[in-house]
Design a protein around this ligand. Structure first.
Ligand code: HEM
Length: 450
């Protein structure tokens, strides 16, 4: 395509990438610092958007401890460039664009902040003619929408360091030990088109269009450098209203998590420390799993069986044998026949820290619903046919996946009663570097000369 609109966008993007990138180390900091000051000055944000914005800059990336927004749009990218400099340029451009969008602005700077939504009165006539340059800076579908607490969290897959045995960007020696190749777990049916990726971007927002818009702009900026390998949207009911949201199985999901307001617990379980490279210190490892749930099968079993499977009461969310949702699990009690009140193979019993030598992860899961597709169940009655392609887009953060997800899930994959109803069909592991402060870009220290 070669019309004016496209040319304008290309010029904006070229300028943006150049201003974000084509500078010496000190120059880069100055430009990014000034752009940051211009776009995301904290006091200004508060005045303009109140609680609608989540801070982008900081030692930790946002979107990890951030109270969960109602929607997510996740995308894993494959890098197609052969140049290391392109990857750094892209991360610089992504950092600036993400900071701008988190502040409720267009991805590129041609236009000022999006105007907060205005409900037109009957008889109003639009008196503003959109400017081509402004429209070219952004696809525009978030115009008129608030920032909706948008967070954008970036991650690096193993392919950034080594792909098919090739060290494409001279980064192989910098691959953190904790960025392992995840083992194949019992029951895994990972589909290649929903698995892996060299880079990950997770946008979360209280508006699905704001989340999608953010990833769409970043994908657009990546043209010629990286392309989307797979993507997943997700949703939550009532997040932010106080109650624990229910997943598609009808159970409250997210009751137990390590305490995000306790910096000691976060340092212990979530933030990477001195054991790894400096660019990961203050970062975290994200494991995503696209878990399809056989909802038709689940709907055919009794609530009592569902509760035994999960280990919690469906309505209240209380652990079996306890009264209230937030009561601690009762791992000791047995019934009159000597069987544990909380079944041995129930989901929460197998998952809880006490069953896993103290291992904890921070779960941040969303439901997904992608229509219907053909499936064959692996359990009686071995139904075949069109079934919901719906389930849980499981996501969790941890200091080290070997002592987090892998430690906990290895046993669950073999024994969890929930496995009768769920199949892991995709996912990935990504090293989410420490956050950026104004003057830096996310992942900058990884690309610093040795
Ligand atoms: C479709 C798949 C899954 C569903 C529907 C599901 C659902 C649930 C529910 C309803 C709870 C109880 C409420 C809560 O504490 O949040 C729970 C707890 C938990 N789940 Fe899952 N989950 C799934 C997959 C996983 C996976 C793959 C892991 C991997 C490690 C996991 C780890 C945990 C942990 C650690 C807990 C907290 C246990 C505790 O009370 O200490 N879940 N899950």
């Amino acid at each position: 395509m070669n019309n004016r609109h496209d040319d304008t966008w290309r010029a904006s993007r070229r300028g943006f990438l150049a201003s974000a990138a084509g500078l010496t180390a000190t120059g880069t900091a100055a430009v990014i610092g000034s752009a940051a000051a211009e776009t995301v000055e904290p006091g200004e944000l508060k005045r303009e958007f109140g609680r609608q914005t989540e801070p982008f800059w900081g030692v930790h990336q946002s979107g990890i401890l951030t109270p969960q927004q109602t929607h997510t749009y996740f995308a894993a990218f494959d890098l197609i460039t052969v140049k290391r400099g392109d990857v750094a340029d892209l991360l610089q451009a992504w950092t600036l664009a993400a900071a701008r969008m988190a502040a409720g602005q267009t991805a590129l700077p041609a236009e000022g902040p999006f105007k907060p939504a205005v409900v037109p009165k009957a008889g109003d006539v639009a008196d503003e003619v959109p400017d081509v340059a402004a429209m070219a800076a952004d696809s525009g579908e978030a115009m008129g929408l608030r920032a909706a607490r948008l967070t954008v969290t970036f991650g690096f897959g193993a392919g950034l360091f080594v792909k098919d045995g090739v060290d494409r960007y001279g980064l192989a020696a910098r691959r953190p030990e904790a960025l392992i190749d995840l083992p194949k777990f019992v029951g895994d049916q990972l589909v290649e088109t929903h698995t892996g990726g060299d880079l990950s971007v997770q946008a979360c927002a209280d508006d699905p269009q704001v989340a999608f818009h953010a990833v769409r702009q970043l994908a657009h900026l990546a043209e010629g450098i990286a392309h989307i390998r797979w993507a997943q949207s997700g949703f939550l009911p009532n997040a932010g209203t106080g109650g624990t949201p229910r997943n598609l199985m009808g159970f409250k999901d997210g009751t137990h998590n390590p305490p995000v307001n306790d910096p000691g617990a976060m340092a212990k379980y979530i933030w990477a420390g001195r054991e790894g490279p400096d660019w990961m210190q203050g970062g975290s490892y994200a494991v995503f799993r696209r878990i399809r749930i056989a909802l038709e099968h689940w709907d055919r079993v009794s609530v009592a069986f569902q509760e035994q499977t999960m280990g919690r009461a469906k309505f209240s969310g209380a652990p079996l044998g306890r009264k209230s949702e937030f009561d601690v699990l009762d791992l000791a009690s047995v019934d009159k026949d000597g069987n544990p009140v909380l079944p041995e193979n129930s989901h929460v019993r197998l998952a809880t820290a006490a069953s896993n030598e103290g291992a904890e992860i921070l779960r941040r899961a969303y439901s997904y619903n992608d229509g219907v597709s053909f499936t064959a169940e692996r359990w009686p009655p071995w139904r075949q046919g069109l079934e919901y392609d719906a389930g849980l887009f499981f996501g969790c953060y941890q200091r080290d996946p070997r002592t987090g997800f892998v430690k906990i899930f290895d046993k669950m994959a073999r024994f969890d009663m929930l496995n009768q109803f769920v199949t892991h069909v995709g996912g990935g592991l990504f090293a989410c570097p420490r956050g950026a402060v104004p003057g830096e870009f996310v992942g900058q220290r990884l690309f610093a000369p040795a």
